[in-house]
Structure formats: structure tokens, C-alpha cells
Design a protein around this ligand. Structure first.
Ligand code: 9G3
Length: 568
């Protein structure tokens, strides 16, 4: 492509509302433009990368036995009402009505649609198993779209769905998709980790998230410093290592603590470590309060509480409720003397001695608190976030934290949708069975931004070879110099004859502008035709390493091909 005709509107300055580097660079490189919050146009340069990534995904999905189809974005509400999910997502689901006032969802995902299609077409085990997939636009009305393509309201997803007749079959489909994901992310040049993810109330190792390690990633990953264990913080299990205290239990006594609302202040006033404070976190579950107790130096894990209570959503009790139920300001709540209210406690609470906690009276806390003696706990469990340094649940080595961008997610759904929508088949014995499903997503547009997050420097993007918008950036320094222009034109034709995708910077611009733009666009290999053309030399420059080498013009073509082959 000739750059003088290319629609690549580069920007010199940092766009104002772009907070992360991938967002800034993709705007500055003319890869995309925002039309509304979280809604983007993929401009030609950006769309070339989207298409490259999509092709890699197609190759690996097909190799894993997937069959590509394309489902509608317009989904009749009835389908979502049948699975009971029409209202589950509130304003996150984009809804429209047609000319007859019939309600539709703009598809945020396609479990309902795909299951209804397969239900209507497959009745016998002989036609199972199979995997169907699509690459399609999704809509989710995020409250706060941000970070460019990393969290958009309209985005491109590859979503696949497997249909099996047995657990073993589902395991095979799941593994085929899991392995395909490893190949896809590797081919896209990403550094990633598969982490165990929250599988809701069902639990088990039934879903994994593929995380691109990046400091701006919204997900915190707990991973082991020595074995391969890695889990989303939401799900990372805490191994409880008992360390009973040998302190003499003191009597319970009330202490005046005016205006003391923080754990740190409370510990200071009581002259105890924060680890001897009992924090009371109050949730409201179906209108009733549930108190969850965690140690002062721990954090409550809401996903673990939600899963234990078998809920799809969990909300904190508001201040009004706390005042009404406990008769005190938040921060003074206590598990003592609240018969009839459910109390959950993290396991670490059980062995505490001479602890401190609220007194259910504003400006008062207790000291000398003994769990079991002074208050009742309905259930002890793992209700806290794991912390850096805690023992790995698999091997005991210290846990570390890192941030990740979720680019893939694989789920075992089993019969969740086939039972709700009646996707059944006749097995060998003629019995009706529900199909066992899996669902597998990749955020295609998010993946492109994640690559930029991981692969850039202060001058711009650095595209991995497999998904670069072009292979070679051909840059004659002075297009008005006949010798430079003629050699560049010839090389342009020869490279294209070899099937090499070339962006030919034939603009009449100063050298500095050309090199700055070339660094910004991040095309892996630059060929510079400059004044050395008179000595029969051109320069090759590798964008990732900055390494450059001079080659004689007579074998410029095969040198470019050789260096290109050697790039990763
Ligand atoms: C909704 C809305 C948002 C959603 C969902 C439904 C996330 C929803 C989970 C999934 C599961 C898998 C297939 C590809 C891989 C992920 N956000 N999820 O179901 F109505 Cl508004 O999408 N789906």
C-alpha cells in the first residue's frame, strides 16, 4: 500500500482521554477512532491486525474440529426469558424493540441462541459431538467503558460452543479448546497464563481464564512462585495453617472508642496488632443482613461469599440497614448479641484469642473477645482473599500477585442451557438425555490492545510478525531524489511479487517525520533508502531490537526475505 493514498490518520500528540498506552498508541497510529464511549471504528491499519488475529483463531478453531457459523446480533427476548437471564444483567444488556414493539437483546453472548439452534436440529447421539464457533460483534453496555478496546461497549468476540453426550466427551472438547487457545495466544506473540477462574456456586476446575500479564490488567492473579498454580484472586483458595495462640483468655470488656471507624485506629487504641481485630462486613441477602467476619489484616472475598450463599449477585448492606439492625453506626458492628442473624466467619477467626470487635453501640468496641465463648458463628469457611506470601494451595511455596488482562475464557457449562431450553437427544438405548455443553470465548479486539500493552516502547508499537499490519515498511528518505525513488519503486514491486506485504512511504515528508511515523506504526522490518544508495547500499532496521544492517542493493531483496524469515 502506498502511504500517500493510505487512510492512516496519525496523531502527533497524546489524545486527552486515553489513560493507557495501548489506547494512546492505537489512536495516534490511526488504527481506530472512537465514535461514542466504548464504541470504535477500526480504521484500515487496525482492521488489518483484527483480520490477522481472526485468521489465526480460525485456523486453530478449525484444527481443533470447530465449525464456523455466524449468529445474529439481534436476539429475541423470549430466549433469554426462558433461561431466566433476561433481567440478570440489568443495564449491562443492550435492549431494542422492533417495529411491532417486540423486545430484543443486542447479543452480549450467544449461549441462548446456539442452544436453541442445536435443540431444533439435533435429536440423536449419532450427530454428537461437535463444536460450533463464530467471530461476531458483541454488545455490553459497560457502566464505565475505558482503556480503548480493552473495555468497549461494542467489541469483537470469538465464541465457541461444544455439544457432547458424556463428561469424558466434554473433557475432550474442553481440552481441545484449551490447547487451541494456547496455540492462538502463542502465535499472536503474547505472554499469557491460564488461571483457574471462579466457576460460580458449582465450583470445580471447570473454567479457566487466559490472562495477558500487564500492569494495567483489571484482574489480579495469584500465582505460585514455584509450581504452575495460578488463579484469579476471586477464586484463589486459601490454605488455612492453624497457629493457635497460647494467651490466657481475658474477660470481655467494653471500651469507649469515640469516632474510631478504622481497623488501624481500633487496633492502636486497644494496643493490639491489626491481626487481633475482627472485621464485620455486612451484606444484605434477599433483604436480610448477613455478617461476614474476617481478621483485621485480611480482606473479605465477595465472590467466595456469593458462591457459598449460592447467589448470582451479592450486595453490601447500606448504612440505613446497619443502623436499623445493629443500632449503631457502621464501624461499630459486632457479632456479639445478634441472635437470629446469620454470621459467617473466615476460618482464621476461630483460633483468635483476646480479640477486639465492635460493640453494636456507636463509639464503643469490645476487648478480650473470644470467638465461640462470646458469639455464635453459623459457618466457618474460606471467605478471605489470599495474600502475597500466603502458602500456595498446591505446593505451599509463597504466593505472588500480578495483574492480567483477560483475553480468553473457557467454561464447562454442562446442562445449564440444554436443560433450560430443552436441548435433548436420544442415547444408544433410546433414553432422552440433555446435551453437555462448553463455551469458549476470546476477546478479539481486546486481544489486539493487549498485544500493544505488552509490545511497545517509548516510540510506538512493536507488532509481532504474525499479526503485523504489514511486514515491511519501505521508506525512501527523499522521494524527490530520482535514484532513491526508482530503487524504492522497483523493490516495492519485487517484494510484492514475493508475497510480502509492504507499506511504501512514498510521501513527500521530511525524514524525521517519516522515521517517527515508522516507529509509531511498529511494522517489524523497515527498509531505508537514503543517500547511501549512491554507494549501492540500503539499510534494514528491525523495529523490535533497533538493530540495523546495511546491505548491497544488488541483494537487497533476498536479504530482506532472509531477515524477515528470522523475525519472531
Ligand atoms: C449478558 C451480559 C453480559 C454478560 C453475559 C450475559 C458475561 C454473560 C458470561 C459469558 C460466558 C461465555 C461465551 C463466550 C465465552 C464467555 N457477560 N457473560 O453470559 F446478558 Cl449483558 O459470556 N460466553
Amino acid at each position: 500500500m502506498r502511504q500517500s493514498h493510505a487512510f492512516i490518520p496519525t496523531l502527533r500528540d497524546l489524545p486527552a482521554d486515553a489513560e493507557v498506552v495501548s489506547h494512546q498508541l492505537m489512536l495516534r497510529a490511526g488504527m481506530m477512532r472512537q465514535i461514542s464511549s466504548g464504541v470504535y471504528t477500526y480504521l484500515p491499519l487496525g482492521y488489518r491486525v483484527i483480520k490477522k488475529v481472526s485468521e489465526i483463531i480460525r485456523e486453530e478453531m478449525d484444527r481443533a474440529g470447530g465449525q464456523e457459523l455466524l449468529m445474529p446480533a439481534l436476539q429475541p427476548a423470549e430466549l433469554w426469558m426462558k433461561t431466566g437471564r433476561w433481567d440478570d444483567y440489568g443495564p449491562l444488556m443492550m435492549k431494542v424493540t422492533d417495529r411491532h414493539e417486540r423486545p430484543f437483546a443486542l447479543g452480549p453472548t450467544h449461549e441462548e441462541v446456539i442452544t436453541s439452534i442445536v435443540r431444533d436440529e439435533v435429536k440423536t447421539y449419532k450427530k454428537l459431538p461437535f463444536i460450533l464457533y463464530q467471530i461476531q460483534t458483541k454488545f455490553r453496555d459497560e457502566y464505565r467503558p475505558r482503556f480503548g478496546l480493552l473495555r468497549g461497549r461494542e467489541f469483537i468476540m470469538k465464541d465457541a460452543y461444544s455439544f457432547d453426550t458424556s463428561e469424558e466427551g466434554l473433557d475432550r472438547s474442553y481440552k481441545a479448546m484449551y490447547d487451541a487457545y494456547v496455540r492462538i495466544f502463542t502465535r499472536c506473540g503474547l505472554k499469557f497464563r491460564a488461571v483457574e477462574a471462579d466457576s460460580g456456586a458449582i465450583g470445580g476446575k471447570d473454567n479457566h481464564e487466559f490472562m495477558v500479564l500487564a500492569s494495567i490488567g483489571e484482574d489480579t492473579i495469584a500465582y505460585c512462585s514455584s509450581c504452575s498454580y495460578a488463579a484469579n484472586l476471586e477464586r484463589a483458595e486459601v490454605v488455612h495453617t492453624p497457629n493457635p495462640s497460647d494467651e490466657e483468655p481475658q474477660p470481655l470488656r467494653k471500651v469507649t472508642t469515640p469516632g474510631v471507624r478504622t481497623v488501624a485506629k481500633q487496633a492502636e487504641i486497644m494496643g493490639i496488632p491489626v491481626s487481633k481485630v475482627i472485621k464485620n462486613v455486612v451484606f444484605s441477602v434477599e433483604g436480610k443482613p448477613v455478617v461476614v467476619l474476617v481478621r483485621g489484616d485480611h480482606e473479605v472475598n465477595e465472590v467466595k461469599v456469593k458462591n457459598f450463599l449460592n447467589l448470582t449477585t451479592l450486595e453490601m448492606a447500606d448504612e440505613e440497614t446497619i443502623r436499623k439492625v445493629f443500632g449503631c453506626e457502621p464501624g461499630f458492628v459486632s457479632p456479639i448479641g445478634i441472635a437470629g442473624i446469620t454470621v459467617l466467619a473466615d476460618r482464621a477467626i476461630k483460633e483468635m484469642v483476646n480479640a477486639s470487635t465492635g460493640a453494636n453501640e456507636t463509639d464503643y468496641h469490645y476487648l478480650g473477645v473470644q470467638p465461640e465463648r462470646d458469639f455464635h458463628v453459623d459457618h466457618y469457611g474460606d471467605f478471605r482473599n489470599i495474600r502475597e506470601g500466603d502458602p500456595c494451595p498446591r505446593c505451599g511455596a509463597p504466593i505472588r500477585f500480578t495483574q492480567g488482562i483477560e483475553v480468553g475464557h473457557v467454561f464447562k457449562l454442562r446442562t445449564k442451557y440444554s436443560s433450560a431450553l430443552g436441548a435433548v437427544y436420544q442415547d444408544e438405548k433410546g433414553n432422552l438425555k440433555e446435551m453437555l455443553m462448553g463455551s469458549y470465548g476470546i476477546g478479539v479486539s481486546r486481544l489486539v490492545a493487549a498485544v500493544v500493552e505488552q509490545s511497545h516502547d517509548e516510540n510506538g508499537m512493536i507488532w509481532p510478525k504474525a499479526i503485523a499490519p504489514f511486514a515491511v515498511h519501505l521508506v525512501p528518505v527523499n522521494i524527490e531524489d530520482a535514484e532513491q525513488r526508482e530503487f524504492a519503486e522497483r523493490l516495492y514491486g519485487e517484494l510484492q511479487n514475493q508475497g510480502i506485504e509492504v507499506l511504501f512511504d512514498d510521501r513527500n515528508e521530511r525524514a524525521g517525520v517519516k522515521f517517527k511515523d515508522s516507529d509509531l506504526l511498529g511494522i517489524p522490518l523497515r527498509v531505508v533508502i537514503g543517500t547511501k544508495i549512491r554507494e549501492g547500499k540500503v539499510e534494514l532496521k528491525i523495529r523490535r531490537t533497533g538493530e540495523s544492517l546495511e546491505v548491497p542493493t544488488r541483494n537487497a531483496l533476498q536479504e530482506i526475505l532472509r531477515v524477515w524469515e528470522g523475525l519472531e
